[in-house]
Design a binder for this molecule. Structure first.
Ligand code: HEC
Ligand code: HEC
Ligand code: HEC
Ligand code: HEC
Ligand code: HEC
Ligand code: HEC
Ligand code: HEC
Ligand code: HEC
Ligand code: HEC
Length: 337
């Protein structure tokens, strides 16, 4: 008993000490601040530690060259973040172009007036800004991603692994920041945007049978997610079938009589964009079916008729080949009515 007391006292003191240290430590953690100031970090991203942020007003005060760009930008969703009342993170010219103090050094209203009288446009020293034209695609996208993190812009959560990112396509290849105040890709302009790089797809949609994309009834992004996706070919849904049955719901099933698992991937028989064959079929009938099935004769007909039958469209009789809940007249699941 006595020996027990002897070591208990120092033990309690030690424990108390630990508790105090932990509590004090927590308080210190709560007061944590960034290792470096945000603006210093920003300058590092822009690669310009020697320049300073001066704000859009100072950037453009003496210069009316960029008034249109500014007006458009102020009207955009990103530009609207500038207003103090919005309470949102501020986005301005320097958020993307980097700190501007060096670029406007020495530009005064007097100089601008003198240049104007001489019929000249005063140019800032734009070489001190981030060189957008020479920046590698991924680095260019990083300018956007510092704000548009996967958390902030949810549909970018697969961007890093996306084919577009890995193929050196950058955000501004599709989102033209200075084309006007609308930063979103408008559906009606989208086809032309995608065709810029996907000429083969343009050719497919020019075939006699095609999904009505050229007619602007449906759009590339109904089936594809341009920001990347976990499924094949950036399809919107997890599987090809799910992507297709968004609109062709009657093919979804499950059915009592299914075409094995062939209809799980509509590509077994259909082209997604366009085809020379009717119904977007990848092959003409009967050759489509003959890839997997032998021909057959009909017992109820004469030999001549049977031959005839085998080489017409199989789907004339097997009209329920996408699946059906009704058995064929014989009671089997052969997709005939
Ligand atoms: C969200 C990012 C972003 C913001 C904000 C931004 N820019 Fe740009 N800017 C770009 C990109 C990207 C390019 C390069 C365009 C390209 O490669 O097609 C560019 C190009 C330019 C050019 C080069 C000329 C041209 O049209 O190619 C000028 C000038 C310019 N911006 C001025 C401004 C001004 C002024 C502001 C503020 C009102 C501003 N930018 C805000 C991203 C931005
Ligand atoms: C300094 C932070 C910041 C940077 C850098 C930035 N953005 Fe934004 N952006 C915003 C904010 C904030 C909004 C408005 C809120 C929102 O829609 O997420 C916005 C909105 C947008 C929108 C419109 C979304 C809509 O719903 O209308 C697009 C498109 C966009 N940004 C693309 C870009 C691209 C491309 C770049 C790079 C060239 C870029 N942004 C760089 C902060 C930024
Ligand atoms: C291949 C073209 C393409 C590329 C590259 C691209 N986008 Fe988009 N983005 C689109 C299209 C198309 C939409 C319209 C929404 C949709 O239907 O997917 C869009 C929508 C957006 C929106 C609006 C978000 C919303 O929820 O509606 C933001 C913000 C955006 N993109 C930012 C970016 C950023 C940041 C990058 C680069 C990391 C980028 N985009 C790369 C085509 C592209
Ligand atoms: C600046 C050029 C460019 C633009 C614009 C562009 N793409 Fe792409 N896209 C590429 C490149 C490069 C690849 C990869 C090589 C390839 O498959 O052709 C690609 C690949 C793809 C793929 C195949 C993905 C995979 O995993 O194999 C799809 C789908 C796609 N793009 C759809 C679109 C859509 C939809 C648009 C319009 C919203 C678009 N692209 C706009 C350049 C572009
Ligand atoms: C009805 C849905 C649908 C529409 C609309 C659609 N696609 Fe596709 N796309 C697909 C499917 C499904 C595949 C996969 C095809 C395959 O794997 O054989 C695909 C494949 C692709 C590929 C990859 C081609 C390859 O050989 O790897 C590109 C690029 C592409 N589409 C671009 C586009 C563009 C650009 C548009 C709009 C002009 C568009 N798609 C419209 C469904 C669609
Ligand atoms: C965004 C809606 C949409 C999606 C997604 C879609 N389709 Fe279509 N599909 C249509 C429309 C609209 C038509 C044209 C119907 C018409 O002209 O009567 C069509 C036509 C067709 C046709 C030809 C019909 C005929 O009678 O000639 C086939 C086959 C087809 N789609 C298969 C597919 C496949 C396979 C997929 C998936 C890769 C798919 N669709 C995804 C909307 C869609
Ligand atoms: C085994 C081959 C095969 C598969 C797999 C297949 N189809 Fe078809 N599909 C056809 C044939 C053949 C036709 C034309 C004859 C007919 O209408 O039955 C057709 C016609 C269509 C049509 C237009 C006529 C109608 O019935 O509305 C649509 C839409 C269609 N298919 C969608 C799909 C979708 C979506 C999938 C995937 C879930 C799919 N197909 C899978 C062979 C197939
Ligand atoms: C990619 C291969 C493939 C294609 C193409 C295909 N089928 Fe099939 N089909 C199958 C498989 C696998 C089964 C199920 C296996 C079985 O029962 O023999 C099946 C089953 C059938 C059955 C039921 C057979 C039975 O004994 O119950 C019929 C009828 C049929 N297919 C008709 C067609 C027709 C008509 C076409 C053309 C429009 C076609 N198939 C295209 C693979 C295919
Ligand atoms: C004139 C109508 C007709 C045509 C055309 C036709 N079939 Fe059939 N098919 C039938 C009938 C009827 C059955 C027997 C149905 C039953 O017993 O349920 C059948 C049975 C089948 C079976 C199941 C065979 C078995 O032994 O159980 C397959 C597979 C099949 N057809 C494939 C095809 C293919 C492939 C084509 C095109 C090359 C085709 N059919 C053309 C009427 C037709």
């Amino acid at each position: 008993m006595e020996t027990g007391m002897k070591w208990k006292a120092p033990m309690i003191i030690a424990l108390l000490a630990v508790v105090i240290v932990v509590v004090a430590g927590c308080a210190a953690l709560r007061e944590s601040r960034p290792l470096i100031l945000n603006r210093e970090y920003e300058k590092m991203i822009a690669g310009r530690l020697d320049a300073d942020y001066i704000g859009t007003d100072n950037c453009l005060r003496a210069c009316h060259f960029h008034d249109k760009k500014r007006k458009d930008f102020d009207l955009s969703t990103m530009g609207a973040q500038l207003s103090r009342e919005s309470g949102m993170p501020i986005v301005n010219c320097e958020s993307c172009h980097g700190p501007g103090s060096l670029a406007v050094e020495g530009i005064t209203p007097e100089l601008v007036n003198r240049d104007a009288r001489a019929g000249r446009q005063t140019a800032c020293d734009y070489r001190t800004l981030v060189d957008m034209k020479k920046l590698p695609a991924q680095a260019k996208s990083l300018i956007c991603l510092k704000c548009h993190t996967a958390n902030a812009t949810f549909n970018l959560h697969n961007w890093n692994a996306s084919t577009h990112n890995l193929s050196d396509v950058s955000c501004s290849d599709c989102h033209n920041i200075h084309a006007g105040h609308n930063l979103k890709v408008k559906p009606r302009e989208m086809t032309d945007l995608c065709y810029k790089c996907h000429q083969d797809i343009k050719a497919a949609f020019a075939l006699p049978n095609h999904h009505p994309v050229p007619e602007k009834k449906i759009f590339c992004t109904d089936c594809h997610d341009s920001h990347g996706n976990m499924s094949v070919k950036n399809l919107r849904k997890d599987t090809v079938k799910e992507t297709c049955t968004q609109c062709h719901a009657e093919k979804e099933g499950p059915f009592l009589y299914e075409h094995a698992d062939v209809t799980e991937d509509c590509r077994a028989c259909h082209q997604p964009h366009g085809s020379v064959n009717s119904h977007l079929l990848s092959q003409r009938e009967p050759y489509l079916c003959l890839q997997c099935h032998p021909t057959h004769r009909l017992s109820s007909t004469t030999t001549a008729e049977a031959k005839q039958a085998v080489y017409t469209r199989c789907s004339d009789c097997h009209s329920q080949l996408h699946g059906t809940d009704l058995p064929s007249p014989s009671g089997k699941g052969t997709f005939v009515r």
